[in-house]
Design a protein around this ligand. Structure first.
Ligand SMILES: [Zn+2]
Length: 271
């Protein structure tokens, strides 16, 4: 199977058998999962999940999300409070537009609720998997190319096809930016016990190199990483046009809230 990011060939990397309850039960019929690694960009993906019938993939996601809705579940949620603060900072400093935001794959709208309550900023939400029209700010059908800031949290590790990724980017306006929350590392460890493999619905693992390639394909020139919110902001402008604003944020907060550079900000290089 070829890499969905750079279309080059891939090689078998390792396998994992889920033994931790309740994931062992979810995965009993699917069995051992085989992961492949791109020979060029290091992107790692599950060949086993990619070959599943869509019905079985849907059922696995339902089981996992039902389990994860329990507040006692040990799976971490995204840092919503820090994400809301970051969006307010970026907006106030002119790093993202003041209007035209969309939280894509927003689930039940946790980030949108915080934005409204503490920052008085409307954040419309859409989720192709969770239909929640009774929520405030729910968008029925988002229009491609019409949002100046698209936020996508904890979805990039769930994609089985390139189309799933492109659908997010296609919503961004020609002068807009894409805010991503996922894990991106230098090298995906060849280790079936790696923490990010624990949820059996994590099937795509991005590297600094694969993200850099994706940015180029999509036409983003520079990026900012925000350590407290664990988010990247992919921007159309070169770094030279945003550097002064990023430095102003850090000066104001007297801490390093934002770092950036041309291309993909490879913050996590140690592993
Ligand atoms: Zn690749």
């Amino acid at each position: 199977m070829d890499c969905m990011i750079c279309s080059r060939s891939s090689t078998y990397y390792f396998s994992k058998r889920y033994t931790e309850a309740p994931f062992d039960a979810f995965m009993r019929e699917i069995g051992e999962v085989a992961y492949r690694r791109c020979d060029h960009c290091g992107f790692v993906f599950s060949e086993t999940h990619a070959r599943l019938h869509s019905r079985d993939w849907g059922r696995l996601n339902e089981q996992f999300h039902h389990y994860n809705e329990n507040p006692d579940s040990p799976i971490n949620q995204p840092p919503y409070a820090e994400q809301a603060m970051m969006l307010a900072l970026l907006r106030q400093h002119g790093l993202i537009a003041a209007d035209g935001m969309l939280d894509y794959a927003a689930g039940y709208g946790s980030l949108s609720r915080l934005m409204a309550r503490y920052f008085h900023l409307p954040l419309p939400i859409y989720d192709p998997y969770v239909h929640a029209p009774d929520l405030d700010c729910y968008v029925d059908e988002p229009h491609p190319g019409s949002y100046r800031t698209v936020i996508n949290s904890a979805m990039f590790e769930h994609v089985l096809t390139r189309r799933d990724l492109d659908r997010v980017h296609e919503l961004v306006a020609p002068d807009g930016c894409l805010v991503l929350h996922t894990v991106v590392c230098e090298n995906v460890p060849c280790d079936s016990d790696w923490f990010y493999l624990r949820p059996p619905v994590h099937v795509a693992f991005h590297t600094n190199k694969s993200m850099n390639i994706l940015m180029q394909q999509w036409g983003y020139q520079s990026s900012i990483y925000c350590p407290p919110s664990k988010c990247w902001v992919l921007l159309r402008q070169p770094w030279a046009q945003v550097q002064a604003k990023v430095e102003a944020v850090n000066r104001e907060l007297q801490s390093t809230w934002l770092v950036g550079k041309d291309g993909f900000m490879d913050y996590w290089k140690g592993f």
